[in-house]
Ligand binder design. Structure first.
Ligand SMILES: [Fe+2]
Ligand SMILES: [Fe+2]
Length: 133
């Protein structure tokens, strides 16, 4: 499955692994909803997941950034910018588009989260693995 957390994704920090798992869970909830082809309007559900994704990501990013500051992580600025880009993307999805082009917006968002996992969690987050402990 696209959003299944695996042991090899671990950054060796228990809280962060748990937070990443929660982000995977939100991604898979979205996937389940968007995959339904029953023609039912999912506006409320998609908006709710978007809201959850934004809030949880903000919480998680703050947690990581605090830890990076604490350990004087040298790639802090670059990393924080990637976090900002994520929040930007999630907040700029228009309600109107979710309403009129649900499947397209949902699919795009799934691809975005999947890319995020690959490029950010598995690369940028992995880079702090041996530094923050
Ligand atoms: Fe992360
Ligand atoms: Fe991060």
């Amino acid at each position: 499955m696209l959003f299944t957390w695996k042991e090899e994704f671990s950054v060796n920090i228990k809280e962060i692994d748990e937070q990443h798992k929660q982000l995977f869970k939100i991604g898979s909830e979205l996937y389940d909803i968007v995959s339904l082809k029953d023609g039912v309007d999912r506006y409320d559900e998609i908006m709710e997941i978007l809201y959850e994704l934004k809030n949880y990501a903000e919480y998680h990013f703050r947690f990581e950034e605090e830890l990076m500051k604490k350990y004087g992580y040298e790639r802090y600025d670059m990393h924080k910018k990637e976090h900002e880009r994520f929040i930007n993307k999630v907040t700029t999805i228009s309600e109107e588009e979710v309403d009129t082009e649900q499947r397209k917006v949902g699919m795009n968002l799934i691809v975005f989260i999947a890319n995020w996992i690959e490029n950010h969690i598995l690369r940028s987050d992995m880079s702090y693995k041996d530094v923050l402990m």
